[in-house]
Design a protein around this ligand. Structure first.
Ligand code: R5P
Length: 306
């Protein structure tokens, strides 16, 4: 089946990289806002009979969700045989429980919306906390690309004698996996969040880190408070200024300043969301996942890839 990669506005560079990696056609999209704020979209490349692969960058998703749904619907109406979504950063994963009566369970609502518009979904390290896997949330076939191998390659190339540090229990999965791939030690700190930008961290015994470069790794860097608090504690303990690695550069206002003020020597991220800190390319993993989903839901293979 022919593939046509379509960029949601804002994801042109990511779509171009993916199309190159897949040797697929890069479709042309025209979009603008009408004076009243509504969205105009045109798929200017024929997708009839093709698998349309929509690439979306979903930082600040509320402004992008209508366009996402319209583009998928347009591709289907224009004859695409299947429509898949590559959203390297998957938003709306954090409201994964109803903490107060009446709250919208937006993780489920968003998953239902995406599930009605797309045939499959590929993402990178979704923020899974109360859901054990993405399949517990999404009913369409999903494939999760792990950022750890690409992060490990970067650490191997750029850091001498690294000691990986996860700022909280949830980050253990990355430091454990990257540590095993690089063959270096790792440590996990204990985090207590007291507010959106107020984080307190407990340091364990640090003797084993002397003479090594601390490399902090977290999945989402939003306000930067978690990594900044961890970096500050490590510097106060007399360790070398840490390198910080984030998978998803969500980065709300002031985040990079917060990291610099905390003494971070270098801040790099995966290119799941565009930012000057992008230094780790996850496109090959995304392309491989597209290949793995190729037969899902067709006569050549059953649905249900996880
Ligand atoms: C939390 O569980 C996540 O893994 C990150 O630690 C968190 O989202 C980072 O947020 P911030 O940069 O605002 O501290």
């Amino acid at each position: 089946m022919n593939r046509c990669v379509l960029a949601l506005p804002g994801a042109e560079a990511a779509a171009g990289r993916l199309a190159t990696c897949l040797a697929a056609l890069l479709g042309r999209i025209e979009s603008r806002r009408f004076p009243d704020g509504e969205t105009y979209l045109r798929v200017a490349t024929s997708v009839a009979g093709s698998e349309a692969i929509v690439v979306a960058e979903l930082r600040r998703p509320d402004a992008r969700i209508p366009g996402l749904l319209f583009l998928a619907d347009a591709a289907r109406e224009l004859g695409a045989s299947r429509v898949g979504l590559v959203a390297a950063y998957l938003p709306y994963m954090r409201q994964d429980a109803r903490f107060r009566e009446g709250e919208a369970l937006t993780s489920r609502s968003f998953a239902r919306l995406v599930g009605t518009a797309f045939d499959w979904l590929i993402t990178v390290d979704p923020h899974l906390h109360r859901y054990p896997t993405l399949d517990a949330l999404y009913e369409i076939p999903c494939r999760v690309v792990a950022a750890a191998p690409a992060i490990a390659d970067w650490v191997r190339e750029h850091v001498v004698r690294p000691h990986l540090v996860g700022p909280d229990a949830e980050s253990e999965q990355w430091v454990r996996e990257v540590g095993a791939l690089v063959g270096c030690p790792w440590t996990v700190l204990q985090k207590q969040r007291r507010g959106d930008r107020d984080v307190v961290l407990a340091l364990p015994e640090l003797a084993g880190m002397a003479g090594r470069t601390p490399v902090l790794i977290d999945d989402i860097v939003s306000s930067g408070s978690t990594l900044a608090a961890a970096a500050q504690r490590l510097c106060e303990a007399g360790l070398e200024a840490p390198v910080c690695i984030g998978v998803h550069a969500v980065l709300s206002a002031g985040a990079t300043d917060r990291l610099a003020a905390a003494g971070v020597s270098r801040f790099v991220t995966c290119n799941t969301l565009r930012h000057a800190s992008n230094a780790i390319d996850i496109t090959p993993g995304l392309a491989q996942a597209v290949g793995a989903l190729a037969d899902v839901g067709t006569a050549a293979g059953p649905p249900g890839v996880a």
